[in-house]
Each structure stands twice: as structure tokens, then as C-alpha cells.
Design a protein around this ligand. Structure first.
Ligand SMILES: Nc1ncnc2c1ncn2[C@@H]1O[C@H](COP(=O)(O)OP(=O)(O)OP(=O)(O)O)[C@@H](O)[C@H]1O
Length: 598
């Protein structure tokens, strides 16, 4: 536990020095931390000295001494009142900057992760870590560390002053403080346990919220709102019950601390008063000791709680570090894994008549099930090649391998005659334009969304691409035209309009290979026709790989591969496949009959 506290704390502080931080930030933070943590002791000390001067002067009927005490207090409080806000401001600036740096590092890391990682994790988990855990971790380097340092400076400083004033009162403070510490520490573990449980349930609550946003459409169509709500309420109620438990512990502790504080105070007055009566202590020194005892008792009473709070915050930091430390194998930088020196020569797209070649490729996501089984095929340059077959056959997996998201366990994939392992990720991805089933539109304008295809495209190029994709007239009919903002996930546009924007984006990219993953599957026949027109503009002169369930869209393909259980079981063009009366013909006739029937 100690090691985790130490290493996570040091790592949190390290963001002030490196990975975006600077020595100036680190030094400013430490100086501000020390000054702010000393403020309580300094105020108490100045106040206590002032009180001593004033009470001793009152008892001696010394008016001059009374004024001296007043001036002393006013001078030092004035100085502190100027210094503390300045360093408070510097401290807050350091905290805000550090949190920004941590978020920046997290964002960069999540951006660099491979598709594989996202396919296995719930997006709500990332959201929870970025929102909740960053805020929790911030507690560690903002107020928790300050409270801890403050308790130590104040407690040890006060103990020294009391020791100097009177040994008996010091002994009383020490014994009573240790008893106080023991009682408070008894609550630390149960409080920590309950806080940890609340944290993990809160993450579940965030995930449920993420479900109702991302799955808004499905929830409504399937009318599963009630069941999703029940699941949310399970987590929400758990947070409520655990929070009540925490409140119960905190209430008992607060009542004890309040009572104990007064009893300690009275005990001190009684012992101190006795010493004053015996002339072993001046009344002024009793005042100093009364003022200082509060800090000593505070140190003993709260250090356990402060350490626990710090530990909880560091658990939040640990969850952030888990993301930052995700293994290299999950980084979207396959060349690290492929262990192949990238070629320095330009990719020669004209050197071969074959665009893509799979040579006895086998692949599985896990050890239990082989998804592609010794698959061999070619895609000639500028051809339109379709992949059809039953769901789960491995069609999308072929696309993922081509784009380098995964590497095959066996066999070789060549693109323009060059092994995929010898491409850098940048080289490889520049070869493809991709139109998925359901296009993701980023928060922002339609113009920005199309321009993601080519970041340095001119306005003319963007408009040209939209015209080719047959979406320009629609965009111009919107009140704000190309500047129209698309909502989160592009929900304000129809499926067909979103697809056409994705096609315009792909046209703008002007890549030699097109990957179309069932681009019309979610559309009605009218929109399908429209999108197919747009696709024809995109396909012209390119090598096109298309996954299709609706066979009407790929009748004109040069080659059709029928995939089943990770194997190619039929190959040919539409007419050839119909002639052999195999699986393709069967599927086509089924779809044709359905269409005819309806
Ligand atoms: N990230 C993943 N991790 C583990 N298994 C996966 C993953 N993605 C796909 N699979 C599994 O691999 C198999 C092939 O999936 P794939 O998506 O390639 O099929 P498909 O032919 O494209 O199906 P569909 O036509 O339904 O899109 C399926 O059994 C699927 O469950």
C-alpha cells in the first residue's frame, strides 16, 4: 500500500515536470504548497504571541504593552494577508495546468490505441476515467496533500511551541492526541472500503448513462427503456446505499471529534489553570498553549483521514495510469509489432497488376476460434471485388487485416506486391478510403466532416466532392449550408445523407483503394439508389472492395468471393456463380424471391 501511495503520488507530481510540465511549474507548485501549508501555523503563532503580549499587558495594567500587542498582530496579519492570496493564486494555476496536462496525456494515449482495444472495452469506462478519475486524482495534488502537509507543519510547530512553554502541557497534548488518533484511525478502514465501493459503482452509473446516449435509437425502437432504467437504478441505488453508510460513519466521527475537542480544551484549561495558580505558568503562556493545542489535536485527529483520502485519490490516479500504461501491443502502430524495417522507396502502384493478395492467411482474435482459415485470393488493380456470405463468416475481418488493425497469425498479405508488414501505418492508411455501414460524423460542421478526408483541401475541392457525392444541393438547402452543425453522432441527418457525406469524404481522400463495408445496408431502396449513384462517382478508376448483403448492389462486380466460416467457398462473377448453382445462387434467388414477393 505504502509503495502504491509513494509511486502513484510521485508519478502524479511528475506531470508538473515532464510529459507537458516544466521545471517552472514544478518549482512554483512546491513553493506555493509549502507557504500555503504553513499558513495555519503562522496565523496561530502570530495570534498566540499577540494574545500573550496583550494578556500579560492587561494583567500588568500596561497600556503601552497593549498597543504593542495590537500593532504586532496587525503588522504580521497584514503581511500574511498579502502573501497568502498571491500564493493561493499561484497554487490554483499549477493545479489547473497539471490537470490539463494529465487530460492531454490521456487523450493522446486513447487516440493512439488500436481498434482491437476499443472493440474489447466499454466506451463508458474511458469516459469514467477521463471525467471521474481525473477529478478524483486532482484531489491528491490539490487539497489533500496540502491538508496533510498543513497538519504536519501545524502539529509539529505547535507541539514545539507547547514543549517550550510547558513540559506538563506538552505531555498532556501528546497523550490525549495519541488517544484521539487511535479512535479516528479505527474509522479509516471502513470509510476507505465504502468509498472505494462507491467509486466503482459510480463508474457503472457513468457507463449506464453512456448507454442511453449511444444506444438512444435502439432503446426507443426496442422499447427497452424500462430494463435499461432498472439496470441504471441498480447501480444508482447501490451508490445511494453506500453513500448513506459513509454518511453514518462520518456523522459518528464528527460528533466524537466535536465532543473530544471541547473536552480536551477544558482539560487543558484545568491543568493550565492549576499551573498558573501554582505560579509554574504565566497566564500569557497558558493563552499560547491553548491556541497551539488545537493544531496538535487536529494533526492527531485528522492525519489518518487525510492519508485515507489521499489513498482514495491515488486509486483514481491508478486508474488513469492503467490507461496511460496500456501495453505497446495495443498501440495503433503495427510496425512495432511487425518488426520489419519500413521501405524507404516510394510505393510503386504501377509495378504489379495485382492490388491486394492474401496468401494462405489464417487469423483468430482469440486462441479458441479461428476466424480466417488458410485464405488465399487476389484483387486485381482497378477491379470491383465483392465479398458476400453468411453473417460472421469473416468478411469485415478481411478488411481489418487489410487496413493493418490486426496482423495474421499465418500467411502473408501483399499490397501492390509489397508485404503489408513493410508498410508504415501512415503509408498503409493513406492507400485506403473507407465507407462503413453507418458513418460516424464528428461534432462540428458538415464542411469539417467532409474535409477530414483531406485536411489541406480547399473549399472548392470540398464542394466538388460533395457535388460528386450528390449531396451538394441538399447541403445548400440548409439555412447554414456547409456550416450546418451535425449533432452528436450525426443524428440530425438521415442515414442516406450521412452515407453521402461519408462518400464525399472518401472522394476527397482520392485514395487508390476503396473499402466499402455494406454502405447501403441500412438504407431503404430509394436512398440506396441515390447512394449507389454517389458510390459510382467514387469507384471510378479505383480498386474497390465491397462487402454486401444485398446482392443487387454487386451484380456488376468483376469478382465475387463467397465466404463461409473463414474460407472462400465460391469465386466468379455474378453470371458464373449463378451457373454453378451453389451457395451464391441460392442466396441470390432467396433475395430475388423476397423482393418479388413484397
Ligand atoms: N474484435 C473481435 N474480437 C473477437 N471476435 C471477433 C471480433 N470481431 C469479430 N469477431 C468474430 O469474428 C467472426 C467474424 O466476424 P466478422 O465481423 O469478420 O464477420 P462478417 O462476415 O463481417 O459478419 P457480418 O456480415 O455480420 O458483418 C465472428 O464470429 C465474430 O464474432
Amino acid at each position: 500500500m505504502k509503495k502504491i501511495v509513494n509511486s502513484n503520488l510521485i508519478r502524479l507530481f511528475s506531470f508538473m515536470w515532464k510529459d507537458g510540465g516544466t521545471p517552472l511549474l514544478g518549482i512554483s507548485y512546491i513553493v506555493a504548497l509549502i507557504i500555503l501549508s504553513s499558513q495555519q501555523f503562522l496565523f496561530n503563532f502570530v495570534g498566540a504571541l499577540g494574545l500573550k503580549i496583550v494578556t500579560d499587558s492587561i494583567l500588568a495594567k500596561d497600556l503601552h504593552g497593549l498597543f504593542k500587542g495590537l500593532i504586532f498582530v496587525a503588522k504580521w496579519f497584514g503581511i500574511l494577508l498579502i502573501i497568502i492570496p498571491i500564493f493561493g493564486f499561484i497554487y490554483e494555476c499549477c493545479i489547473i495546468k497539471t490537470t490539463m496536462i494529465i487530460k492531454e496525456n490521456l487523450f493522446k494515449k486513447v487516440l493512439s490505441l488500436s481498434l482491437d482495444y476499443f472493440e474489447k472495452k466499454h466506451s463508458g469506462d474511458f469516459m469514467s476515467r477521463i471525467n471521474n478519475d481525473v477529478a478524483i486524482a486532482e484531489g491528491a495534488y490539490s487539497w489533500q496533500i496540502m491538508m496533510l502537509v498543513m497538519a504536519f507543519i501545524s502539529g509539529i510547530g505547535s507541539a514545539s511551541v507547547i514543549f517550550y512553554v510547558n513540559k506538563m502541557l506538552f505531555l498532556y497534548g501528546l497523550v490525549i492526541g495519541l488517544l484521539h488518533f487511535t479512535f479516528n484511525v479505527a474509522f479509516v478502514k471502513p470509510l476507505k472500503n465504502v468509498s472505494d465501493k462507491i467509486q466503482s459503482k459510480l463508474s457503472e452509473v457513468v457507463q449506464r448513462f453512456s448507454d442511453i446516449v449511444s444506444g438512444a435509437f435502439v432503446i426507443r425502437v426496442f422499447m427497452i427503456g424500462e430494463i435499461i432504467f432498472k439496470k441504471f437504478m441498480q447501480a444508482n441505488l447501490a451508490v445511494y446505499r453506500l453513500s448513506l453508510k459513509r454518511v453514518k460513519y462520518n456523522s459518528i466521527l464528527a460528533a466524537y471529534n466535536y465532543t473530544a475537542g471541547w473536552l480536551i480544551f477544558f482539560g487543558q484549561i484545568v491543568i493550565g489553570g492549576y499551573l498558573v495558580m501554582k505560579n509554574d505558568l504565566t497566564f500569557g503562556n497558558l493563552m499560547i498553549s491553548v491556541n497551539m493545542m488545537g493544531s496538535l489535536v487536529w494533526l492527531f485527529g485528522s492525519v489518518g483521514q487525510f492519508l485515507t483520502n489521499l489513498q482514495s485519490s491515488l486509486a483514481g490516479a491508478q486508474r488513469i495510469f492503467e490507461v496511460l500504461d496500456i501495453d505497446k501491443k495495443y498501440l495503433d502502430d503495427t510496425e512495432i509489432e511487425y518488426n520489419c524495417v519500413p521501405m524507404v522507396t516510394e510505393i510503386n502502384q504501377n509495378s504489379s497488376s495485382i492490388c491486394i493478395e492474401f496468401k494462405e492467411v489464417s487469423f483468430s482474435y482469440s486462441e479458441t476460434k479461428e476466424v480466417l482459415n488458410d485464405i488465399t485470393f487476389t484483387v486485381p488493380k482497378c477491379a470491383k471485388v465483392a465479398f458476400v456470405g453468411e453473417s460472421g463468416g469473416g468478411k469485415s475481418t478481411i478488411f481489418k487485416l487489410i487496413m493493418g488493425f490486426y496482423k495474421p497469425q499465418k500467411g502473408e498479405i501483399l499490397i501492390f506486391g509489397r508485404p503489408i508488414s513493410c508498410y508504415t501505418v501512415k503509408e498503409l492508411r493513406s492507400l485506403f478510403a473507407y465507407v462503413p455501414q453507418d458513418c460516424y460524423l464528428f461534432n462540428g460542421s458538415i464542411y469539417e466532416n467532409i474535409r477530414y478526408g483531406k485536411l489541406n483541401a480547399t473549399e472548392k475541392e470540398v464542394i466538388e466532392a460533395a457535388k460528386k457525392a450528390n449531396i451538394h444541393d441538399f447541403i445548400m438547402s440548409l439555412p447554414e449550408g456547409y456550416n450546418t452543425k451535425v449533432g452528436d453522432r450525426g443524428l440530425t441527418l438521415s442515414g442516406g445523407q450521412r452515407q453521402k457525406i461519408a462518400i464525399a469524404r472518401a472522394i476527397l481522400k482520392d485514395a487508390p483503394i476503396l473499402l466499402l463495408d455494406e454502405p447501403t445496408s441500412s438504407l431503404d431502396s430509394e436512398s440506396e439508389l441515390e447512394v449507389m449513384k454517389a458510390l459510382n462517382a467514387l469507384i471510378e478508376g479505383k480498386t474497390t472492395l465491397i462487402i454486401a448483403h444485398r446482392l443487387s448492389t454487386i451484380k456488376d462486380a468483376d469478382i465475387i468471393y463467397f465466404i463461409e466460416d473463414g474460407k472462400i467457398i465460391e469465386k466468379g462473377n455474378h453470371n458464373e456463380l449463378l451457373r454453378i448453382k451453389g451457395k451464391y445462387a441460392n442466396l441470390y434467388l432467396k433475395q430475388f424471391a423476397t423482393k418479388y414477393y413484397f
